[in-house]
Design a protein around this ligand. Structure first.
Ligand code: 3HC
Length: 701
């Protein structure tokens, strides 16, 4: 008997009776999130089955690719709708008949909490379980912080809940969170296990009735560690408080958990982190989504410098063979050595097995100085010197050498891809794949679509990113595309702050305080000051006359100080030691301020953050106006995954919405009094301020 709900839309919960056993199935694709309909269906099903004398045992399982992967995140921030998940868990656990949960795929968050409320848990091999709520700025709010310690102990529960990590079934069984691991189909296992429970050969019990052994040392240790490692985040600390409450009677513990959960739900970090979760996925919605990607089985990389070697490493780690091309043997050997180093580090980090590393070096990497060797590659990525003449020459050769249908990509950071494509007889095959250094680690990939790039080539770029486990964002052609164009602008704001009175380390401190992974001056030192110097020399002839120019970085470079690689830049970088501010740079700054007749003023951390982020948002708005980014959320993804913007703030456009367009316009207009060329209000932002709109409104569709 299958009993679907009688409502108009079929319920995601169905019941199948096999003799005296009720099999309750959840079917809510794609990940069986516990939406309102699931919660309502489960509560109704368990209430009905509990009251039905013909039912002796109940087994819960899910259809599709996974057991419940958590609460429905899309419902967060909206008015809550009954029944709540804790209520559903209480109904399940309170059932007088044995209740078995059968898990497969990823049983996460609220999904695992439902399973913890069952009277026994069985998982298929390969299942992963976890309480990843902390990654969304919240904590397990349906008894997870109370039931997990009852099964696995306080220390293990703290580890799982504060890290959010996915625990493999074997380890979860060892921890006591799972009772058995069984091979088969979820429905069949559900039936078999319910029979065992009835026969008495599968023990069942209520988790909430178990006691917790207090472990104050574990609680204190975790609290201390998190104070040090996550000082700016809100929810990890609340997770510890909730788990600590598990030593109280269950009813009190869940009450405490609920209160802390609601505090987290109200926090702006929750909204930021959930926005970041959706940003990572939203960027895949591109106009070319319907196009069939081309098959990529072999690749070529031109240029074996840091970028080329990093890109080659990323491709190799994803299992793709790479032909690596350089002009001379010496550069090729250096490139190979960089790749070997990258792979060795991947083994050390546990990302690659020793056998795989050996196999890659034995067969998957082919270094050569012969461009003809690229004739069989399905994809060639050019990562040579950032110079138009060099790129034109390479693409002219590629046009001759590459096979028909090969995808030809450039890793340029700034140059005009239309101009590069134009030297070939096949501009539809040409695209920008802009990786971020180190290319085998950074998750962002800008897929830069030129005027004539074919839809299936764009789709191939996105498919490749998925294979490389990167976040691909679609960008249009302009100087710097999305990320570097915005960076060029906010970087100037940082220079102006220093010229007008702040020290580089003060600017860096304010911005890391805001949550940026690094401050802009520390980033410059890391990237190499010579790179910006070369760019400024190139741009000098076309620099607008009314643009304010800060010569401090040039003066630093004139000393031969290029940052970390020379041991000196804005900071001194002692071998193996911590960077300290370079006092000689302070001298240069004072000197340049003097020459420009500037009397330095004091900026508070708040002012530094306001100017820096406002400059970022203003240029990001122009990127949007120009159609270089599809939606505000795409810009958020670029800054989050490529530029160290704090995840808990959701990205610059999400952050802009929390500040409000009217306030941003007010700020820009007030700064414009000092520099009307740099501080201009984008038309879009002005309209948003007038009409009361938010960037979030533009993310739909
Ligand atoms: N709610 C709503 N939608 C969800 C979702 C959720 N919990 N989890 C995934 N989705 C959506 C994704 O947005 C995506 O939608 P799209 O195709 O429209 O972009 C689709 O499901 C597929 O997701 P992925 O692309 O991420 O698929 P993967 O197979 O790569 O990953 C996953 C699957 C591991 C389940 C991953 O989606 C994931 O980690 N999800 C979040 C899990 C989570 O955080 N759960 C805890 C929720 S909070 C909670 O439970 C509170 C409770 O304690 C009260």
């Amino acid at each position: 008997m299958t009993d679907n709900s009688t409502q108009n839309t079929p319920s995601p919960i169905s019941i199948e009776m096999v003799d005296d056993i009720a099999l309750v199935a959840i079917d809510n694709p794609p990940v069986n999130a516990s939406s309102q309909a699931v919660r309502e269906g489960l509560k109704a099903a368990f209430e009905r089955l509990a009251a039905d004398p013909a039912v002796k045992a109940i087994a819960l399982y899910a259809k599709g690719r996974t057991f419940i992967a958590g609460a429905d995140i899309k419902e967060f921030g909206k008015p809550p709708r009954d029944p709540s998940l804790p209520e559903v868990c209480a109904t399940i656990e309170g059932t007088e008949k044995p209740v078995i949960a059968v898990l497969h795929g990823t049983a996460l968050g609220g999904g695992l909490e439902i399973a913890l409320a069952a009277h026994a848990r069985i998982a298929l091999p390969g299942t992963k379980i976890g309480l990843p709520e902390v990654n969304l700025g919240i904590l397990p709010g349906a008894g997870g912080t109370q039931r997990a310690p009852r099964l696995a102990g306080i220390r293990a529960a703290l580890d799982m809940i504060t890290s959010g990590r996915h625990v493999p079934a074997g380890e979860a069984k060892d921890l006591g969170l799972l009772d058995r691991i069984e091979e088969g189909e979820p429905r069949d296992i559900a039936l078999a296990m319910a029979k065992k429970a009835l026969a008495g050969s599968l023990p069942t019990r209520r988790t909430s009735e178990l006691s917790v052994t207090p472990d104050d040392a574990a609680v204190e240790e975790m609290a201390e560690t998190l104070k040090r490692t996550q000082p700016r985040l809100f929810s990890p600390h609340k997770c510890v408080e909730a788990v600590a409450a598990s030593t109280r009677p269950f009813a009190e513990g869940v009450k405490r958990e609920r209160a802390l959960f609601l505090e987290c739900m109200e926090s702006p970090q929750r909204a930021g982190l959930i926005h970041a979760f959706f940003a990572e996925r939203a960027v895949a919605r591109i106009p070319e989504k319907g196009a069939e990607p081309r098959a990529i089985a072999s690749t070529g990389v031109i240029g074996a410098g840091t970028m080329g070697a990093g890109i080659a490493t990323a491709l190799l780690l994803a299992g793709l063979p790479v032909t690596l091309v350089e002009r001379d043997q010496e550069a090729l050997d250096r490139g190979r050595a960089t790749i070997e180093g990258n792979l060795a580090a991947a083994v050390e980090r546990g990302k690659l097995s020793e056998e795989k590393r050996a196999a890659i070096l034995a067969g998957a990497l082919t270094p050569t100085t012969d461009m003809e060797a690229l004739s069989t590659a399905d994809l060639v990525i050019e990562a040579a010197f950032e110079d138009m003449a060099v790129k034109r020459e390479i693409f002219t050769t590629l046009d001759r050498v590459a096979k028909p249908g090969a995808m030809l990509a450039t890793n340029t950071s700034y140059l005009d891809i239309d101009e590069i494509a134009a030297v070939t007889g096949r501009p539809a095959d040409v695209i920008g794949l802009h990786f971020f250094s180190p290319a085998h680690i950074m998750r962002l990939l800008e897929v830069v679509v030129a005027q004539r790039t074919a839809a299936e080539v764009v789709a191939t770029g996105f498919a490749l990113a998925k294979k490389l486990r990167k976040v691909a964002v679609r960008a249009g052609v302009c100087d710097g595309f999305i990320g570097n164009r915005i960076l060029a602008h906010y970087r100037k704001a940082a220079d102006y702050l220093v010229m007008d009175g702040a020290m580089p380390e003060e600017v860096d401190r304010a911005l890391t305080g805001f949550g940026m992974a690094m401050g802009p001056f520390a980033v410059s030192d890391m990237a190499g000051l010579d790179i910006g110097w070369a760019a400024r020399k190139r741009q000098a002839p076309t620099r607008p006359a009314d643009e304010r120019y800060v010569p401090i970085a040039d003066r630093i470079c004139e000393q031969g100080w290029f940052g970390r690689k020379t041991g000196r830049g804005y900071y001194l970088h002692p071998e193996g030691g911590k960077p300290t501010p370079n006092t000689d740079v302070a001298e240069i700054i004072r000197d340049e301020r003097g020459k420009a007749g500037i009397s330095p003023r004091t900026f508070t951390e708040e002012e530094i953050v306001a100017r820096f982020t406002t400059a970022m948002i203003a240029e990001a708005t122009r990127v949007l106006e120009d159609g270089i980014a599809l939606r505000p959320i795409d810009i958020d993804a670029v800054l989050l995954f490529g530029y160290g913007f704090p995840r808990f703030r959701g990205g610059p456009m999400h952050h802009a919405d929390t500040v409000g367009a009217a306030e941003l316009v007010r700020r820009i207009e007030s700064y414009a009094g000092e520099d009307a060329h740099f501080w201009r209000v984008p038309d879009l932002l002005r309209r948003m301020a007038e009409e009361g709109h938010r960037f979030a409104d533009m993310n739909e569709g």
